[in-house]
Design a protein around this ligand. Sequence first.
Ligand code: TYD
Length: 133
Amino acid sequence: MKKAEIIQLPKFEDDRGNLSFVEELNHIPFKIERTYLIYDVPGGQIRGGHAYKNLHEFIIAISGSFDVVIDNGTEKQIYSLNRSYYGLYVPNMLWRSIENFSTNSLCVILASSKYDPDDYIYDYKEFKNIVGK
Ligand code: TYD
């Protein structure tokens, strides 16, 4: 079964400030084809609310905090992200939304493919049928 997973990134602590990094096919199990940002989210708004047929992603709260809600068709799990040195790896075929954004939070998403509207599943019933639940 597909499973989301928190991945800790390297962290170099320094009096000058901390440094973290992420390498494709090393810290995360896919090649990065695209990076996008979600920011200036008004209080109470929810992003996402869909699944991807093929895309894998890694979601980081670079600043502030938010919750990523993952639903595998049977059960939901909430991952609270609030540090820049870890993120949530989300493979394809999981229903996910991002909510509870703090003021001024910055969400960075590393994605395994270019934007492709045909890769989205927006219909929850269709998602459930495909995952066989
Ligand atoms: P959308 O996928 O609907 O956002 P959410 O993840 O909250 O459901 O994307 C919003 C708009 O941005 C939509 O018109 C498509 C566009 N978009 C791109 O052009 N490129 C991208 O990489 C992404 C993620 C979205």
